[in-house]
Design a protein around this ligand. Structure first.
Ligand code: GAP
Length: 439
């Protein structure tokens, strides 16, 4: 059975994710992606961008600054309202989010198990989770700013720039991928809740019409669920969860999360939010700049409504690791979709200290990597079984082994990660073999 301990240990052992600033004792809620983790993350983001921007005519991309004029965060409501409501345990003084009922129950149980009695909690209090920073050269001139708590405002504040500089027409979307920062009170569950994380979002602007906007809301719900299935997620591990009335912002006409069944229970992977005209109206009010849209055909002028799809990068990545984790008594395998796998192919000489085998394998490795353009790994350490085992653990779909027969007849052994079956392929057919599999 997959557990978080197994995932965390695999991530460290094979170079997916390390604790942030580990050699200094770490920094709570920060994580560093290692050599294979950064490849997996890039593949996930590239696939998202490809499907959201490159393959569509109605979505354009931006890459806005992380630090923004502090007025932005007043307009967006974050300075006033980006807060978690916390209660403090009167025994050990840990603060927990009042809405995290499971964490609260587990904490109470922990004190009961330790025979410390029943926990009493303080009254709930709000704590703002925006992270502060400073800009300015002289100490006396330094100005307080915020690291963005979400990537969203970078799109809204550029609404006019985008409509003026491109040919977009409503309905259209603006996509962005980037880092966000939150002073999370209880970061946890590995990279599920961190203080620095990445988001990928589309703000999709539509006519201010309830029927039309709900049609798009439903469209994006289905589109995002289908996308996760396309990545290889097991459908039974995914579900929609509509926000309750008391968790939905007052301006939100609808909000739904896509949840994944994590080892600790169902939890949020991403959200689809009907944000109405809240963001553009507020930025118009606070900036004093007109952010309305003029329909070029009808001449109507209005503030569009926004249907947002907001996903983290780190959460889907961690859920992909969990979902693709497979083990039996012989091996651990990450059955990642080949498009997500850090390496598509690994090339080995059967025996590492035989120069003629190494030379031939090296030629094939460089050919696949440089001429065919496949992300290719090389391994000539230890015995062949161990090399297969290591590639299975990082999800490499195929391993190519060069042996003495290769030197005679220009054929290699190709081993499949998922079945562990091997087949003999002629070198002249190797490129088309992989390109066919990958397409
Ligand atoms: N613009 C809307 C927005 O930011 P959110 O529900 O606060 O909405 C969207 O965040 C997504 O960002 C979440 O579904 C999750 O995938 C990711 N996310 C949020 N906080 C996170 C954290 N502390 N660590 C990792 N990912 C986080």
């Amino acid at each position: 059975m997959v557990t978080m301990d197994k995932i965390v240990s695999l991530c460290k052992r094979r170079g997916f994710v390390f604790q942030g600033s580990e050699i200094y004792g770490g920094l709570g809620g920060t994580w560093d992606y290692g050599p294979v983790g950064s490849l997996l993350k890039k593949n996930l983001k590239d696939w998202w961008w490809d499907d959201m921007v490159s393959k569509r005519d109605d979505i354009v991309g931006v890459d806005a600054a992380i630090i923004m004029n502090p007025r932005v965060w007043e307009a967006s409501g974050h300075v006033e309202g980006f807060a978690d409501t916390l209660v403090e345990c009167k025994i050990c003084h840990i603060r927990l989010r009042v809405d995290k009922e499971l964490e609260i129950k587990q904490h109470e149980q922990m004190h009961v198990n330790a025979e410390e009695g029943k926990v009493a909690w303080t009254d709930p209090k709000k704590f703002n989770i925006l992270m502060k920073a400073q800009v300015g050269v002289l100490e006396s001139d330094k100005k307080d700013i915020y690291l963005r708590g979400e990537i969203t405002p970078g799109v809204h504040v550029n609404f006019k720039n985008i409509t003026d500089s491109t040919r977009v027409r409503i309905p259209f979307g603006v996509a962005q991928i980037g880092k966000a920062f939150r002073n999370e009170i209880t970061p946890g569950n590995f990279i599920f809740r961190s203080r620095e994380f990445e988001q990928m979002e589309v703000q999709f602007y539509v006519r201010p019409d309830i029927g039309e906007s709900m049609k798009w809301f439903e469209y994006w719900k289905k589109n995002r669920m289908d996308w996760f299935e396309k990545l290889g997620f097991k459908r039974e591990k995914l579900r929609f969860r509509d926000h309750r009335d008391d968790e939905r912002a007052f301006y939100a006409k609808a909000a739904t999360d896509i949840e994944y069944e994590a080892p600790w229970g169902w939890d949020e992977m991403m959200g689809i939010h009907h944000r109405s005209d809240w963001d553009l109206t507020r930025h118009q009010e606070f900036s004093g700049k007109d952010l309305s849209y003029r329909d070029p055909e009808t001449g109507e002028t209005f503030i569009p409504w926004d249907i947002e799809t907001s996903s983290g990068v780190d959460r889907p990545l961690m859920f992909l690791l969990i979902d693709s984790y497979f083990e039996d008594d012989k091996r651990v395998v990450l059955k990642l979709h080949p498009r997500l796998a850090p390496y598509k192919v690994a090339v080995f000489p059967l025996i590492a200290n035989k120069p003629d085998l190494v030379k031939k394998a090296d030629t094939i490795y460089h050919h696949l990597k440089l001429e065919v353009g496949l992300s290719t790994s090389w391994d000539a350490r230890g015995n062949i079984g161990k090399r297969y085992y290591a590639q299975d653990e990082i999800g490499t779909p195929w391993c190519v082994t060069v042996d003495y027969k290769t030197l005679e007849d220009d054929t290699v052994t190709v081993r499949s990660r998922d079945t562990a079956k091997q087949e003999r392929i002629s070198l002249s057919k190797l490129d088309s073999y992989f390109t066919a599999k990958l397409n």
